[in-house]
Design a protein around this ligand. Structure first.
Ligand code: GUN
Length: 280
């Protein structure tokens, strides 16, 4: 039976440490969270982030805009927030409504306040290993692996996702930690074969039972980034958890592992920004 990597309790510990550090600062860190439109999942995520702010002693400024908001208005708000001294981090919850150019919005956030680390300047730092703000989900996965003593150097990591938010930066961070990395995507031939070669599997596909026990090498470490709402309303990930946990050495449950770690990393980046920010 695999070790269950409990990101929920690790995130709670990290947030408690952040709270202590925040309380010792002369200023109160502030995080601005912009949400455009009525996507139900986004509303739940934003509520969670604002709650995390409260727990950590960070001021959470929520900006709720209707789905009809013109792009120019979003860019205007971001440029005001870029100037505000009480705002140290800015995030714009994705997805944005159709018609809004996500790339322009993300690149409008000042790299110095880009606590999601979506700006190309910050992405470049992550690729180079010259770390500044780390992208939250990849950073959460790396902290979880480190906390549970998972060896990364020399291991074969297979990342089943190539997004700019998860797969690409995580692959670079694993590579910087000396893993041999394979990225799989929708055009990859024979993903089950690729996954079966992995010492560490990270999946973020969004399909229930995408990773089954016949694909997983005995003793592999399995990290599930996906959160899928099933028809019965329950949440699950990509991994067929029961059978895979019988053969993996370590595994993350969904919900309650990578999600809380992602949010804890957002708080960590906001503290970092308020605490003098990044050098260089
Ligand atoms: N939508 C899904 N995940 C994220 C995230 O990490 N940050 C933002 N801003 N939007 C998201």
């Amino acid at each position: 039976m695999a070790v269950i990597m409990d990101g929920k309790s690790l995130a709670a510990k990290i947030k408690a440490q952040i709270r202590k550090q925040v309380d010792s600062l002369a200023i109160k860190p502030g995080l601005a969270v912009i949400i455009v439109g009525e996507d139900p999942a986004s509303k739940i995520y934003v509520k969670g982030k604002i709650n995390d702010c409260k727990e950590c002693g960070i001021a959470g400024f929520e900006f709720v805009l209707p789905h009809t908001t013109p792009q120019s208005e979003i860019l205007n708000l971001i440029s005001q927030l870029n100037e505000r001294d009480d705002v140290h981090g800015i995030i714009c919850q994705l997805p944005l409504p159709r018609g809004i150019d996500q790339k322009s919005v993300m690149q409008a956030i000042s790299p110095a306040k880009d606590v999601d680390s979506f700006h190309y300047e910050n992405l470049g730092k992550t690729v180079s290993g010259n770390y500044g703000f780390l992208p939250c989900t990849p950073a959460g996965v790396m902290e979880l692996l480190n906390h549970y003593g998972v060896e990364i150097g020399g291991k074969h990591a297979v990342v089943v996702n190539r997004s700019l938010i998860v797969g690409k930066p995580l692959a670079m961070m694993l590579l910087n930690a000396n893993a041999t990395v394979t990225i799989c995507h929708s055009q990859t031939k024979n993903i089950p074969h690729m996954v079966s070669q992995a010492d560490i599997v990270v999946t973020a596909v969004g399909r229930q039972n995408f990773i089954t026990s016949d694909m997983v090498k005995p003793g592999a470490v399995v990290v599930d980034v996906s959160i899928i709402r099933r028809e019965d309303g329950k949440l699950c990930g990509d991994v067929d958890f029961g059978p895979v946990s019988e053969i993996a050495s370590h595994i993350t449950p969904v919900p309650g592992s990578v999600g809380p770690m992602t949010r804890a990393m957002l708080m960590k980046n906001t503290l970092l920004s308020a605490n003098g920010g990044l050098v260089g």
